[in-house]
Design a protein around this ligand. Structure first.
Ligand code: HEM
Length: 399
């Protein structure tokens, strides 16, 4: 398979401005769903697939819509990893890494520590009466949780968050900025060293973490494979739960009646999570490459074609979600696409759900009395490949 870097014959070509997409991609997606559900977008270098049903269809055919995209920036930044592999190699890596992230393990092994960390962070800010809940709470919380689940015992939350930023910048370094590559390489080296130390310790003393699980996998995994996969997980495991936290908190702080209903029924935090992830999906799209000629959305694509599955668009598809642009906790349940689908369905879904909906949201609203958005605070959503609020400035009655 060789990558085709141009429009497939007959595919509509739609020019989209990347700066505009970053600011707000949803109007462009609505237009694409209506008029060109599979369109070649030159600035993205891929065909964008934007309707819910077509994305679900593609996810059911991983042997046609391959994750091994040639020339991917993710591969350059972290090296071969499960996210850009197909089965059977993907299955081997995933089976080795996944056990510590299953719902039962999250509850039995990690939930207590997640909650302690959240309380410590809130202890640190409660007396201030104001904070940016993204920078001062959500990011350090999910970074510390991730270090724990991965088994990076001697890495601080700050280091993990810094590494994550450097990885993410590398993965989206379309401008080929040498400084970005340098920072990504420095982070890469630091993660490799930390993983090597953790793997050695886990070999002597298993600790239930992802690294430990990979070290002791029945189907062997090499150290470099563990290192690369930990890099991918650090790249994605911080910003996405942080962003969904920010979206849900922001939505509720702007909707006092919905907030009151949620506070009266704590079971509904789960619904807040799913609706927030649907409404503003932390990952907006991800790439696939065709292994064979295939017809989708009414167009015949040749083998090698690049396709982006735009899950943020599928999650706003009006044929599936009525009044899809609204944040609505009462909407009928339909599965959203925010965690992807098929064999690559997010491995950290249960970690993210628990740390955000069972811990972070309930704790900020119970501990920070009178929590509200700061006067004049503008929570700007930013990004289209990854999207979330850049800050969440709030005030409360200081204890
Ligand atoms: C709200 C939070 C999160 C969202 C919305 C999210 C979303 C996604 C999506 C859409 C994919 C599929 C990408 C593709 O198929 O190319 C994915 C894969 C993945 N996610 Fe997440 N993620 C979140 C949190 C996390 C966390 C906290 C972790 C780590 C603990 C994590 C680890 C992974 C891994 C390892 C994969 C690759 C799975 C595979 O290739 O089999 N994610 N995630």
């Amino acid at each position: 398979m060789s990558a085709l870097t141009a429009a497939a014959p007959g595919a509509p070509v739609v020019d989209l401005d990347l700066a505009e997409l970053r600011r707000d991609p949803y109007p462009a997606y609505a237009e694409l769903r209506r008029t060109a559900p599979l369109a070649w977008v030159p600035s993205v270098g891929r065909h964008l697939l934007t309707r819910y049903d077509d994305i679900v269809h593609a996810e059911k055919l991983p042997e046609v819509f391959s994750s091994r995209e040639e020339g991917s920036l993710l591969l350059r930044t972290v090296g071969p990893n499960m996210l850009r592999e197909d089965d059977p190699n993907h299955r081997r890596l995933r089976a080795a890494a996944e056990p510590p992230t299953r719902p039962r393990q999250v509850r039995d092994l990690w939930a207590g520590a997640f909650e302690r960390t959240a309380h410590e962070l809130l202890d640190g800010i409660a007396g201030r009466g104001e904070a940016d809940l993204i920078a001062d709470f959500a990011e350090p919380l999910v970074a510390a949780d991730l270090a724990l689940v991965l088994g990076l015992r001697d890495a601080s939350a700050e280091e993990v968050a810094d590494w994550s930023r450097a990885m993410m910048a590398g993965n989206s370094n379309y401008a080929d900025d040498p400084d970005v590559w340098l920072r990504a390489e420095q982070a890469t080296r630091a993660i490799e060293d930390a993983v090597a130390r953790a793997a050695e310790a886990a070999l002597r003393e298993p600790d239930g973490s992802v690294i430990s699980s990979m070290v002791h996998a029945a189907d062997p995994v090499a150290l470099t494979e563990i290192q690369n996969n930990v890099k991918v997980i650090i790249g994605g495991g911080v910003n996405e739960p942080r962003d969904v936290f920010g979206v849900g908190a922001w939505a509720l702080l702007n909707r006092p009646e919905a907030l009151d209903r949620v506070l009266a029924d704590p079971a509904s935090w789960k619904r807040v999570f799913e609706e927030s992830a649907r409404w503003i999906s932390p990952i907006g799209m991800y790439p696939r490459q065709l292994t064979q000629d295939y017809e989708i959305a009414g167009l015949a694509l040749p083998a090698g074609s690049r396709v982006a599955l735009v899950i943020a668009s599928g999650n706003r598809d009006e044929s599936v979600f009525e009044r899809a642009d609204e944040f609505d906790l009462g909407r009928p349940h339909r599965p959203h696409l925010a965690f992807g689908g098929g064999p690559h369905f997010c491995m950290g879904a249960w970690v993210a759900r628990h740390e955000v909906s069972a811990i972070a949201w309930p704790l900020i609203f119970s501990r920070l009395k009178g929590l509200r958005l700061a006067e004049g605070a503008q929570s700007r959503m930013d990004g289209w490949v990854f999207r979330g609020p850049t800050s969440l400035n709030v005030t409360w009655q200081a204890a």
